[in-house]
Design a protein around this ligand. Sequence first.
Ligand code: ATP
Length: 236
Amino acid sequence: MSAIVVKNLVKEYGSVRALNGISLTVEEGEFFCLLGPNGAGKTTFIKVITGQTRGRGHVRVLGVDPMRDPVEVRRRTGIVPETESVPTYLTPWEYLYLVCRIRGVEDAEDRVERYIREFDLREYEDRLCKELSKGTRQRLMIAAAFIHDPPLVVLDEPFINLDPLYQRKFSRYFLKKVDEGTTLLMCTHIIEIAQKLCRRFAVIYRGQVRAMIEDGEDVESAFLRAVGYDAEDLSD
Ligand code: ATP
């Protein structure tokens, strides 16, 4: 079964048409990347497929329609949002525990302990989230997205605020999760990292899929072509 099937998806914010007939399929177990310039519609696409906002068109996520049953889609999906949004007055330990309880993890305390250790959060576990650095908050958001072992995780700019060491660590972590069978959908502007991790890419521009890029192609050139630039024009 495909993890995500989207056909002719349209989303309007007032007079702004953010998604203009997107069609896209992501297979189970793949690490799929959405590329696109600022304002192309990537975050809006993620919001619709994860049931955070409604659009028009055919959408199935793990076989569920997020417009009819957004709670079920979010139960089975992990989300790392573009702007980190940890609850400021909880500690990392409390936040992860809350996510485990809401998502029905049976061994919640043990699970939190494991993720605190694996995500290098031990020294911050009793501090308030609002006191953490941006990178530490991002690590916590990633931990929270994976902690209930969802079959699908959606990553909106997951490397933002991460130093090069953690960019490497999380690159490896994401690949390990894909090896284990998790489906990952990522939006990023960091083509260099995406090219190392993903096998298929969709370029979104003005609310539409303008190109599909397969493994082996030069992703940056294909991206620039799809959004109407010639790579030669941008060289010094
Ligand atoms: P970026 O790479 O800059 O994060 P994006 O590809 O994620 O961009 P979106 O955030 O999905 O793009 O925005 C797509 C379009 O929808 C833009 O024109 C944006 O201004 C508009 N838009 C997004 N959210 C809203 C909103 N809540 N209300 C009105 N317009 C919105």
